[in-house]
Each structure stands twice: as C-alpha cells, then as structure tokens.
Design a protein around this ligand. Sequence first.
Ligand SMILES: Nc1ncnc2c1ncn2[C@@H]1O[C@H](COP(=O)(O)OP(=O)(O)O)[C@@H](O)[C@H]1O
Ligand SMILES: [Mg+2]
Length: 264
Amino acid sequence: MLKLNDVNITFNKGTVNERKALCEMNLHINKGDFVTVIGSNGAGKSTLMNAVCGSYEVDSGHILLAGKDVTRLREHQRAKYIGRLFQDPLKGTAPNMTIEENLGLAYGRGKKRTLAFGISKRDINVFREKLASLGLGLEDRMKTPVGLLSGGQRQALTLMMATIVTPSLLLLDEHTAALDPKTAGKVLEITNRIVKENNITTLMITHNIQNALEYGNRTLVLSQGKLLMDIEGERRENMTTEDLMKLYADSTDDVMSDKMILKS
Ligand SMILES: Nc1ncnc2c1ncn2[C@@H]1O[C@H](COP(=O)(O)OP(=O)(O)O)[C@@H](O)[C@H]1O
Ligand SMILES: [Mg+2]
C-alpha cells in the first residue's frame, strides 16, 4: 500500500547544520495496517510524513502509494489520496466557516463539485449522522463557526473531514498532543473507531508509548532518521510499555523524553 525505498532526506546540506532526517528509509505498509510511530524528538517522524505527503522532497529514493510512484508528484496531487492531521487543532479547518460548510468542502473533495453548488439536504443528513456518532453534541451546532469550538471538538471535526471521503492513507502527527488527557483519550477513541470501521491504512505518530502499543496492529520506532524497530503480531501483543522502553534504551543512545514515558 505504502512503500518507501531507500529514502534519504538531509537538511542544510554542506553546512555546519547538516542533518540527516531520513536515512536509507525502507518501509512497507500493508493495506489496512494501523501503524503507530514513536521516537524521541528529532527522530524523523514528522519528516517521514512530510516525505509521504509531498511537503518535503526526497534527496533520493522512491515513495510508492497504492502501487504508483508518487515520488515526483506535488503535494496537492497527492492530497486527494491522503488525509492528514497535525498537533495544532487550528490547522485543517476554516475558522470563519460553519461546521456544515467545512464538512461540505471536505465532502466535495475529489468530486466535480464545489460549495457554490450548495450543500444538499441529503448531505446535511449524512453530516448530522456522522457528527452525532462523535458523541460531542456537534450535530446540533452545524451552523456554528468552527473557530468557536474547543480544541478537541476541532480535532474530531478535522478527523471527520479527513475521512468523510475515505482516503487511501491517513497520516496523524501527534494529533492529540495539544489536548488535555481526557479529551485526548476521547479523540483517540474516535480515531480508532473511524480507522477500523473504514479499514483505513493509517500512520499515527504519538509521544505516548502506552497508546502506541494499545492502538493499531504495528509499531515503528524511529531513531536518528532510521527505523530502529518494527514490532507487530504476537510479539507486539505480549509487549508491555516497560519491555519497549527497555528495548529502546538497549538499542540506541537517544534519550527518551519525559513526554514519551507519560502514561496518561
Ligand atoms: N524544514 C526543516 N528544515 C531544517 N531541518 C529540519 C526541517 N524539518 C525537520 N528538520 C530536522 O530534521 C530532524 C528530524 O525532525 P522531525 O522529523 O521534525 O522530528 P520528529 O518529528 O521525530 O520530532 C530534526 O533534527 C529537525 O530539526
Ligand atoms: Mg514531529
């Protein structure tokens, strides 16, 4: 489904600030995989996602999405296959537009239709039903500008927008890190349900090791631009947070940040 073959990205090449952010990265993600990604600060997690969605150009190597080589495709050309969420709830929605209008835009993506065609009654019913399933009461606030929503409500809405037309690939970059623990938990549960119900191939970066093992079917550990571990199957099922932390400490001199050890 997603393949990275020998992908390299180096920043500030030839300067004192030269930094290899991705180093000979080889990765094969299967269709329907829900992959969690962890690693210390600067390990290359966000760079990996930026490379996949085309925000960063690779220096060398190839990226294949659904069998198609997308390495040289521009970001907007890949956007119709890829849904993406960031840490910042302010990204991904238009604050002055209502919930309904934001969903209308997302729903129209990939179809020969824009907001100018209006949102049909049928669409509104679809939106209402989907919003109700979030359990945040947003179905009664469809005419509310998105800028008035809380961070958690906005992330849940952004997630719905990213998946209302099922993407080939969903990229989540610490999308719950800016939320309080309770809200983060709720958004994670919603994420898990949407991903599973629609069988969406997903990469989810998290700073929380416990969440990394709890959600999804596979965990990647990145360190210094390299894939340090790729854990799945029975080995993963039996792995505790402590096991993973010990493995990590034994295999790299990278320091695990306090954030990663937090259990909330
Ligand atoms: N646009 C950029 N310009 C220069 N250096 C960058 C850029 N993006 C990331 N880096 C560097 O690449 C390395 C990996 O960064 P990143 O992928 O953001 O790490 P992570 O998401 O794992 O914390 C870091 O050293 C970071 O400073
Ligand atoms: Mg990052």
